[in-house]
Design a protein around this ligand. Structure first.
Ligand code: NAD
Length: 486
C-alpha cells in the first residue's frame, strides 16, 4: 500500500523537494507499513514558502471578497467529488475507519462553502459622528501560518485555510508529521480551483519547523491545533513577536447525565463522546458524570453497546474503530488503562489489545470504560486521547457543576436531561467554549468552536473565525473644516 506524493512540500503552486531535511516516514497505523517517505523542511524551504505567501497575498487581498469566495466554492465541489479518494488517503494516514473518513472531505467542503459565501457580507460599520462620519474596514492580516494535529488532518487544514484565504490572507500550513498527506492533496485542489500560486503552501516537518514558521518575521498570525504544551510554546514565541494567535488545544471535557435523561440517547452521546476517531478527539467528553438515579440502566446499556463496537480493518466499510496513530500514543493509552486499574476504578469493559488476524502490528486498543472513578484519579484529570471513558457518580446539580469545572481545560461540555430549564442553567455555569444539550460532538461550521481556560484562545468556524483572520481599520471622515487649536 503506497501513498507517496510527488514531493514533500507544496510551494507557489507546485511540489518542491529538498532531501537534505530530516526523514519523515509515513506509517499506516493498522499494519505498520511505510506508505510514504517525506522530508522535513529545511530553513530554505521555510523561507521559500513564507516568501511565496508574502508575494502573492497583496494582489489576492485586492480582489472582491465574492471573487475570492468563488474559488473556495470551486474547491468545495472538488472535495466532494473526490471524497472516496481523499477518505481512503485519510484512513491510510490516520488509521481511522473509512466509514468516518469518507465524511471528512465534506466537512472540509462545508468550510470552503461557508467562508467563501459569508466573507462577501463580512464588512465593517458606518458610524454617524454628527456631520462627519466614520467607518471601519475589515482587512486581512497578511501571511498566516497553520499548524495541525493528526486526528482530522484535512478538516484542520481546511478550517484554517478557508477563513484565512476568504479574508484575503495567504497560508503556509504545516501538517502533523504523523499525517502529512491530505494537506498536500488539498493544496493541489486549491490550485485546480484557480487559487493563484503562493496563497496555499504546505511545508512538512516536526516541531522545529512549526517553531521556525511561528517566529518568522513576515508571519502575521499563527493558528495551532495541538496539545496544551505545544500551544504554550507557540504562544510564547508568537507573543514575543506580537503576532496574532488562535490556539485550539486539548481537553478533558465533562458530559453530565441527569436522572431524567433519555437513557438510550445519553448512552449514544457518551459513546460518540469517547470512541469516535478511536477516542482521538480534542472535544471528547471523557469524564462522564452519571446521576446515581440512573446508574444501573445506563451502565448496563453502555457496557453492552461498547462490547459490540466493531474494531478491525480500517478500510472495511463495516469497521467502526481502527488503530491509534502511533506507537507512542498506543503505549500512552495502555499506560493510562494500567493507571486506572491501579487507582481502583472499576474496569467495565475493554482494557486490552484485540487480536486481529492480519493486523499483528496494528496499534489497536479495545474501547474501554472505567466506572466508580473519583475526581482525583489521573484518568479523570489528564487528557488520554484514546478510547478510554471514565464514569463518575453524582447526586446534586451544584456539586456536579463544581466538579465538572474543576479542571484547567475548558474545551467542551455536554448535558443530558429532559428538563429544559436545568439544561440551560447548567450550560450557563459550565466553563467550556463549546457545549451541547442532549447530544455530543456536533460541530457545524455555522457555530464557533474553541476553548476556555487552557483549552484555547480564539475561535474556529463561523464568523468568529473571519474576525480572527482579520484586523479592523477605523477611518474618520471630516466633512467640515479641521478643528485646530493652533
Ligand atoms: P502536538 O501538540 O504534539 O502537535 C501539534 C502540531 O504542533 C504538530 O504539527 C507538531 O509538529 C507541532 N509542534 C510541536 N511542537 C511544536 C513547537 N514547539 N512549535 C511549533 N509547532 C510544534 O499535538 P498532536 O499530538 O498532534 O495532537 C493531539 C493534541 O491536539 C491533543 O491534545 C488534542 O486535544 C489536540 N487537538 C485539539 C483540537 C482542537 O480543535 N481544540 C483538535 C484536534 C486535536
Amino acid at each position: 500500500m503506497k501513498a507517496q506524493p510527488a514531493a514533500s512540500h507544496y510551494i507557489n503552486g507546485a511540489y518542491v523537494e529538498d532531501d537534505r531535511g530530516r526523514s519523515i516516514e509515513v506509517i499506516y497505523p493498522a499494519t505498520g507499513e511505510i506508505i510514504a517517505n517525506l522530508y522535513s523542511a529545511t530553513p530554505n524551504i521555510v523561507e521559500r514558502a513564507v516568501r511565496a505567501a508574502g508575494d502573492a497575498q497583496y494582489k489576492w487581498a485586492k480582489l472582491k471578497p465574492v471573487e475570492r469566495g468563488r474559488i473556495l466554492r470551486r474547491a468545495a465541489d472538488t472535495l466532494r467529488e473526490r471524497h472516496a479518494q481523499l477518505g481512503r488517503l485519510e484512513t491510510l494516514d490516520t488509521g481511522r475507519a473509512i466509514q468516518e473518513t469518507l465524511g471528512d472531505p465534506a466537512v472540509a467542503a462545508n468550510a470552503m462553502e461557508f467562508f467563501g459565501s459569508a466573507v462577501a457580507s463580512f464588512y465593517g460599520d458606518y458610524v454617524d459622528l454628527g456631520g462627519s462620519f466614520g467607518y471601519s474596514r475589515r482587512e486581512p492580516l497578511g501571511v498566516c501560518v497553520g499548524i495541525g494535529a493528526w486526528n482530522f488532518p484535512i478538516q484542520i487544514a481546511a478550517m484554517k485555510a478557508a477563513p484565512a484565504l476568504a479574508m484575503g490572507n495567504a497560508m503556509v500550513f504545516k501538517p502533523s508529521e504523523n499525517t502529512p498527506l491530505s494537506a498536500l492533496a488539498l493544496a493541489e485542489i486549491f490550485t485546480e480551483a484557480g487559487l493563484p500560486d503562493g496563497l496555499s503552501n504546505v511545508v512538512q516537518g516536526y516541531g522545529d519547523v512549526g517553531e521556525a514558521l511561528a517566529s518568522h518575521e513576515m508571519v502575521a498570525k499563527v493558528s495551532v491545533t495541538g496539545s496544551v504544551p505545544t500551544g504554550r510554546k507557540v504562544s510564547g514565541v508568537a507573543a514575543s513577536k506580537l503576532k496574532h494567535i488562535t490556539m485550539e488545544l486539548g481537553g478533558k471535557s465533562p458530559v453530565i447525565v441527569f436522572d431524567d435523561a433519555d437513557v438510550e440517547n445519553a448512552v449514544s452521546g457518551a459513546l460518540t463522546a469517547n470512541f469516535y476517531a478511536n477516542g482521538q478527539v480534542c472535544s471528547n467528553g471523557t469524564r462522564v458524570f452519571l446521576h446515581e438515579g440512573i446508574r444501573e440502566p445506563f451502565l448496563e446499556q453502555l457496557t453492552a453497546r461498547t462490547k459490540k463496537i466493531r474494531i478491525g480493518d480500517p478500510l472495511d466499510p463495516d469497521t467502526q474503530m481502527g488503530p491509534l496513530i502511533n506507537k507512542g500514543q498506543h503505549q500512552r493509552v495502555l499506560d493510562y488503562i494500567a493507571i486506572g486499574r491501579t487507582e481502583g476504578a472499576t474496569l467495565l469493559c475493554g482494557g486490552g489489545i484485540p487480536r486481529l488476524q492480519g493486523f499483528d502490528c496494528g496499534l489497536f486498543v479495545e474501547p474501554t470504560v472505567f466506572a466508580d472513578a473519583t475526581d482525583s484519579m489521573r484518568i479523570a484529570r489528564e487528557e488520554i486521547f484514546g478510547p478510554v471513558m471514565t464514569v463518575l457518580s453524582f447526586r446534586h446539580e451544584d456539586d456536579v457543576v463544581r466538579r465538572a469545572n474543576d479542571t484547567q481545560f475548558g474545551l467542551a461540555a455536554g448535558v443530558f436531561t429532559r428538563d429544559l430549564s436545568r439544561a440551560h442553567r447548567v450550560i450557563a455555569e459550565l466553563q467550556a467554549g463549546t457545549c451541547w444539550i442532549n447530544t455530543y460532538n456536533r460541530t457545524p461550521i455555522e457555530l464557533p468552536f474553541g476553548g476556555y481556560k487552557h483549552s484555547g484562545i480564539g475561535r474556529e468556524n463561523a464568523l468568529a473565525a473571519l474576525s480572527h483572520y482579520s484586523q479592523l481599520k477605523s477611518v474618520y471622515v471630516e466633512t467640515g473644516d479641521v478643528a485646530s487649536p493652533y
